[in-house]
Design a protein around this ligand. Sequence first.
Ligand SMILES: C[S@@+](CC[C@H](N)C(=O)[O-])C[C@H]1O[C@@H](n2cnc3c(N)ncnc32)[C@H](O)[C@@H]1O
Length: 120
Amino acid sequence: MCMEGGKEMKEYIPIEMGGFNYKGIRLRHEWQAMVTISEILKEFDPELIIEFGSQYGGLTLFMNDTCPNAEIRAYDIDNRYFHDVKKQLNNNVIFKVCNILIGLPKDIINLCRDKRRKFL
Ligand SMILES: C[S@@+](CC[C@H](N)C(=O)[O-])C[C@H]1O[C@@H](n2cnc3c(N)ncnc32)[C@H](O)[C@@H]1O
């Protein structure tokens, strides 16, 4: 994923109600914030990304494109929205339905203890 010089800005189509469409998937951040997130990801080069509240998976896809080799664990309490993005994600992404506020599951605790370079 390269955002330098606005080359790939054509992928960023603002939509109402917050966020924009990234490759046809809703991403609920301002696209300007994604420039910063992209820079952080490239600089930090995480091996493991943990995303709480992935919803449609727009940010998941963006992070998967930016860091294709990183393992991404995406969690959401609601599984109604994540299906469309799945075909665009590589095998490093695992989505799980989970309420992170109730009885934090063991796998999340173990991921937080994981020694790899992490981005949460
Ligand atoms: C603003 S949306 C996330 C947007 C997404 N990260 C993006 O950038 O496009 C917030 C999401 O958090 C999820 N959520 C809220 N409470 C949660 C909880 N306790 N456990 C897991 N997911 C939760 C909601 O279902 C919703 O999909």
